[in-house]
Design a protein. Structure first.
Length: 333
């Protein structure tokens, strides 16, 4: 009996000993776990502060940042040429109002000069396409006074009437009289070379009337680059047209590169040549002027987010890599 009682007491004592050992074991395990985490943290801290690790992280961050920059700066030529119907006006137009018209043209010329200089610094030359009309004459007069390396610049027209280049209706004649001649008259050491001045030559003897040759001429100048023009200058018409691209005209759906002639211009003369939308989609910078009360509706349409490119072709400038719209009309108008 005593032996049985003694055995029960021994078993109970053993159980108490085991139970008392469990908390201690858990404490030891917890301490080991904490020590392990401390060692890991210490190791990470030493690694993260070591020059090799910092260099590795820096290189990784640099690669990621470069990737983000490359994606944000990817030329628009890398995207697929969607239909203009899908290119609904989602980009917010960058509009600046300058009520003083003289100051407006001065600012416009300065911005174009800066963009041309950047393009030359980047690739050794620059291309610019200019519209005609009164605004072009005022702008070219200011632009001719800018300090630019004109010998490195190629000048094209963005649209033209199907007339000889010395005709009074010719857009090139305006550009030649207000930009090319003044530059070459006062800057003999930094002239615009004749080979760098590209008028559109109307040729009634070929089916395309000279547009294919003009497209090839631009392609030869810009070969090896991701853009059509570095700078495009246009002014908006009363209906929101730019160059020879009029609201709901079939040429707005033409996805070809280069230029085309047409004979149904809503604004006389009916026979014209124009740059196609592709040129705006692949330009580095487009400058649009909206000047005068008669252009008020064009400005309203440009701001109207429910209107498409076909409703208001002036919205095409917002599809260039960068753009600026200058107007002398008040924002409240």
């Amino acid at each position: 009996m005593k032996r049985a009682k003694s055995a029960k007491q021994a078993k109970a004592a053993s159980t108490r000993q085991k139970n008392s050992a469990k908390p201690a074991k858990r404490i030891i395990q917890t301490k080991k776990s904490v020590a392990k985490k401390v060692r890991r943290a210490s190791s990470h801290s030493r690694r993260s502060t070591s020059p090799a690790y910092i260099g590795q992280q820096s290189r990784q961050e640099s690669r990621e940042e470069s990737k983000r920059i490359d994606q944000s700066r990817a030329p628009k030529s890398s995207r697929s040429l969607r239909s203009l119907r899908s290119l609904a006006s989602t980009a917010q137009p960058k509009i600046r109002t300058i009520s003083d018209e003289k100051l407006l043209f001065t600012k416009a010329a300065k911005r174009i000069a800066d963009e041309l200089t950047l393009a030359i610094a980047k690739k050794g030359f620059a291309t610019i396409a200019l519209a005609g009309g009164r605004s072009a004459a005022s702008l070219c007069a200011k632009l001719a006074k800018q300090k630019i390396s004109w010998k490195d610049i190629h000048v094209f027209v963005i649209d033209e009437r199907l007339v000889p280049i010395n005709d009074e209706q010719s857009n090139f004649k305006i550009i030649n009289d207000t930009l090319v001649r003044p530059i070459n008259a006062v800057k003999p050491l930094d002239r615009l070379p004749r080979a760098n001045v590209h008028p559109f030559i109307f040729d009634s003897l070929v089916p395309d009337e000279g547009s294919a040759h003009y497209s090839d001429e631009l392609s030869q100048v810009t070969a090896g680059t991701d853009t059509t023009f570095d700078i495009i200058f246009v002014s908006a018409g009363e209906d929101g047209h730019i160059a020879g691209l009029y609201p709901h005209h079939p040429l707005l759906s033409n996805k070809a590169a280069g230029f085309a002639t047409f004979h149904d211009s809503p604004k006389p003369p009916a026979d014209r040549m124009t740059a196609l939308p592709h040129n705006f989609l692949h330009a580095n910078f487009s400058l649009l002027l909206i000047i005068g009360d008669t252009k008020r509706q064009a400005l309203v349409n440009l701001k109207n987010t429910s209107m498409t490119l076909k409703d208001c072709p002036a919205k095409l400038v917002t599809k260039s890599h960068d753009h600026l719209i200058l107007t002398n009309l008040k924002a409240t108008d």
